[in-house]
Design a protein around this ligand. Structure first.
Ligand code: ADP
Ligand code: UDP
Length: 237
């Protein structure tokens, strides 16, 4: 497969066309960003670690019957994926309160959420990804009623599968963000699942092992991602 023109360059990945019209190449870069792109840095090895981490998780999700865009690893920092018509919505599930939900509602970080809590956000950095509900999504035509229901059901299914997976490595899956897109008549899980887009804590010490290390200047960002990968058995080399 040949890498073609660049289609889009985001904050952490670059998307390329290929010689197959329904396939794209995702290039995971070392760039990292937080606070809607206000804080940025280059972190050595992050592209490689996230590319391989994502491939491992997407394969686990496929094995559990969740349809994803993932096709195959192409190189250390690139993957081949199905070309989706992305829904401009971020789907977030939270098992434990952290991040924006604590600021928004004045709740303490670390409390268990029963039931796990679901939120939709509009993917729009300029507007700081505002929270939206399913009526906004349908009324503004971002997705249909059926797609909304599918995104929600699929995100909860991912939560069940991955909470168990992280627990098996002695970790808590605190929260995570997913993006979906259309492919033919189907809705598939797109984008990525890496420690850039979720919160993972050590189950005993509650040490942060995700992008909060970058947001809060805790250091050892990629080292923490590698620790998570090692505990899950993700092959990095
Ligand atoms: P952002 O756009 O938030 O800065 P990235 O740097 O990760 O994020 O850029 C990757 C972009 O590619 C995102 O906008 C994402 O929605 C999009 N994308 C992810 N998977 C696919 C896919 N299979 N088909 C088309 N676009 C995709
Ligand atoms: N998240 C993400 N991209 C975003 C917003 C959030 O990947 O644009 C992830 C984030 O890493 C966390 C979860 O979604 O795992 C919930 O994020 P939150 O709403 O708490 O916002 P944050 O505190 O990360 O700004």
């Amino acid at each position: 497969m040949k890498r073609g023109d660049q289609l889009y360059s985001g904050k952490a990945k670059t998307v390329f066309l290929t010689d197959e019209p329904n396939r794209l190449i995702l290039h995971f870069r070392n760039d990292t960003s937080a606070f809607d792109g206000e804080k940025t840095a280059q972190l050595d090895r992050k592209g490689l670690v996230n590319n391989k981490f994502n491939a491992f998780i997407m394969s686990k999700l496929e094995q559990a019957g969740i349809k994803t865009h993932f096709d195959r690893l192409k190189s250390d920092t690139e993957s081949v994926v199905k070309r989706l018509d992305m829904v401009p919505i971020e789907c977030v599930v939270r098992n434990i309160a952290a991040g924006s939900i604590c600021k928004r509602y004045g709740v303490v970080e670390g409390i268990d959420l029963h039931p796990p809590t679901f939120e939709f956000f509009l993917k729009d950095d300029a507007r700081h990804d505002p929270m939206v509900n399913e009526y906004h999504i349908r009324a503004f035509g971002w997705a249909s009623e059926e797609e909304v229901a599918q995104m929600k059901a699929s995100t909860f299914q991912v939560n069940t599968v991955l909470s168990e997976l992280f627990a098996s490595g002695g970790m808590l899956l605190v929260d995570f963000k997913l993006e979906f897109g259309r492919y033919g008549g189907e809705l598939l899980l797109g984008d990525e699942f890496t420690p850039d887009g979720c919160r993972i804590w050590d189950a005993e010490t509650r040490e942060k092992l995700d992008k909060d290390r970058f947001r809060r200047d805790l250091g050892g960002v990629v080292e923490a991602y590698e620790q998570v990968a090692a505990r899950l058995g993700v092959p990095l080399e």
